[in-house]
Design a binder for this molecule. Structure first.
Ligand code: NCD
Length: 329
């Protein structure tokens, strides 16, 4: 072999490996679920369709058998964590839970080091919840496995929006023109952001309702057509779906909110619900604080979809994990 041939051959190998590395990078990024914006319309439709299939037919095979999913939770969670875990196990995958208070995270290990450690142990996918906005994106940039955002700070909660969207679509023929009223602590709510982005993209008309301290005017700019209304009683008659949100006390950081005033102006009571159209549905991502954002009568009424949302969450998360890991059910 002449000397000159070596660089040629190695540059071919190099470009091939660069190409395959970038393809790998592309494929793991395209299987991640980081936020609503990075989902294509086709992704959204196939995730919702797949969730519907999971709701209708029982799983016969274990399409994720032998795969390992790490649940990396830096914040508390009941519904999201359990439903990702149940979804993973029902597809045959094994799961490992790493929670901030019982791991080396407490000892100061960085997010990327923790993620790399889990990947080195053989995790095929990481589902992460983190108090900082953008944490799942940071992991996705550093690791070569798909990352699923289970809620990042005040940014997004895409799996919740997908399950909410799926739940609404079980009750309505079309989301086009659906009037969605999101009420309460919009400012701190990643659920509100992801829902506004997803549902407005699918043709719903989104209105935010809350006091200025929990709903800055700038919230209108989140997506085209989003409106802000302060008066709950005036917003209710124009709502097909009323999505109530918890006041996130852990993120209030000095904001002065009077619970009495909040209850007076924004609590969903049976009397208030009577102002909405007769078919209007009530939703809540949980955890609910009964007696604060809504009363028990409303939470437990026939109009409330709260437990349907939870039930559908498992099916939607199966679809998300299957997309992430490329299995077929
Ligand atoms: C929410 C969350 O953690 O973002 N809950 C959920 O995941 N269903 C909302 C909240 O904490 O109020």
């Amino acid at each position: 072999m002449t000397r000159g041939a070596i660089p040629q051959a190695s540059s071919k190998i190099q470009s091939r490996s660069i190409r395959s590395a970038s393809l790998r990078a592309f494929s793991h990024h395209s299987r991640s679920l980081l936020d609503i914006e990075s989902l294509s319309d086709a992704d959204i439709h196939s995730l919702l369709k797949e969730a519907g299939r999971f709701r209708r037919v029982s799983i016969q095979k274990a399409p994720l058998k032998g795969r390992h999913i790490a649940l990396l939770f830096y914040e508390s969670s009941t519904r999201t964590r359990c439903s990702f875990e149940l979804a993973a196990k029902s597809l045959g995958a094994s799961t490992t839970l790493v929670s901030a208070s019982a791991s080396s995270i407490e000892k100061g290990e960085s997010l990327v080091d923790t993620g790399a450690t889990l990947a080195a142990m053989g995790a095929d996918c990481i589902v992460i919840r983190h108090p900082s906005s953008g944490a799942p994106h940071v992991l996705a940039r550093h690791l070569r496995i798909p990352i699923v955002n289970a809620g990042d700070g005040m940014h997004e909660h895409p799996s919740q929006a997908l399950l909410d969207c799926y739940t609404i679509s079980e009750h309505r023929q079309s989301l086009k023109g659906l009037r969605l009223l999101l009420v309460g602590d919009i400012y701190h709510s990643r659920v509100a952001r992801s829902n506004a982005l997803l549902l407005s993209r699918l043709g719903a008309q989104v209105t935010f309702c809350g006091p200025p301290a929990l709903l800055p005017e700038v919230a209108e700019t989140i997506a085209p057509g989003v409106r802000v209304m302060r008066d709950f009683d005036r917003a209710l008659p124009q709502a097909d779906v009323i999505m109530m949100l918890r006041v996130q006390k852990e993120r209030l950081a000095g904001l002065q909110i009077s619970a009495d005033e909040y209850v007076r102006d924004y609590q969903l009571t049976p009397e208030r619900l009577a102002l909405a159209p007769a078919k209007a549905l009530v939703m809540h991502p949980g955890p609910m604080v009964r007696g604060m954002e809504l009363t028990s009568e409303v939470a437990d009424s026939a109009r409330s979809l709260v437990l349907e949302q939870v039930r559908n969450g498992v099916a939607v998360r199966r679809a998300i994990l299957l997309r992430a890991l490329g299995g077929r059910a």
